[in-house]
Every structure is written in C-alpha cells, then in structure tokens.
Design a protein around this ligand. Structure first.
Ligand SMILES: N[C@@H](CCC(=O)N[C@@H](CS)C(=O)NCC(=O)O)C(=O)O
Length: 112
C-alpha cells in the first residue's frame, strides 16, 4: 500500500506461507526470520514491516509520511509501535486460539 501511495515502482513476488514457502532455503537466505514482508532495494534487504515503511517514507515520502520533526515523527512511531506491541499481540492470541481449534486461517505447515 505504501509503495502504491508513494508511486514507487516495484515487483511483487507472492510467497505462500501456508504452503511453507517462507521456510524454503532460498527464502531463508533473504530473511532468516521466515516472515513476509521482505523488501529488497539493490543490496539492501529489509524485513520487519515498520522498518520497510519508514525506509520507504524516508526515501520516497518527501517528508510527508515520516516527517523529520522529532515531535511529529515520535507521534508516527507511537502508532507504529502501538500496532506492533499491542494490536499484534492481541491478534496473535486470537490466531493461536483458532489454530488450536483447527479453524480457518491455521497453518498447514509444521514449524521446525
Ligand atoms: N514483525 C514482523 C511480523 C511479520 C509476520 O509475522 N509475518 C507473518 C505473516 S503475517 C509470516 O510471514 N509468517 C510466516 C512464517 O512465520 O513462516 C513484521 O512486522 O514484518
């Protein structure tokens, strides 16, 4: 979404995590954490969505999405960390519960 908003040209490669593709050797070379998203820009390879977002906003955002002003930037970071530290934690509890019950959205691959 950020790539589209910033009109950054990109090539999208679909990785099917439910088919275990995030655990394939070639993907693990790119990201040993075996997670998507991964963003590659020349010799820079980034995982962690917030790091990718702030990199894109810094390099292509013209100061709009991730302003240099420390106080404004702190507010953006606050939202990014809220998502990571609070929302995701809560979401993971729900996802794990569903996995245990064998419901929709559960993994089809075994963890190593
Ligand atoms: N903190 C990471 C979390 C990424 C993440 O957990 N991705 C999941 C999908 S939402 C994934 O790739 N899971 C595949 C796996 O663990 O093999 C980020 O924000 O990028």
């Amino acid at each position: 979404m950020t790539l589209e908003i910033l009109k950054v040209p990109y090539e999208c490669k679909i990785v099917n995590m439910f088919a275990g593709e995030t655990r394939a050797p070639e993907f693990l070379k790119l990201n040993p954490q075996h997670t998507v998203p991964v963003y590659k820009d020349g010799d820079l390879v980034l995982n962690e969505s917030r790091a990718i977002l702030t990199y894109l906003a810094t390099t292509h955002g013209g100061g709009q999405l991730y302003p240099a002003d420390p106080k404004v930037r702190a507010k953006v970071d606050c939202r990014l960390y809220f998502d990571a530290g609070f929302f995701n934690k809560t979401r993971d509890i729900i996802v794990r519960e569903r996995e245990r019950k064998g419901g929709r959205g559960c993994r089809t691959t075994k963890k190593p």
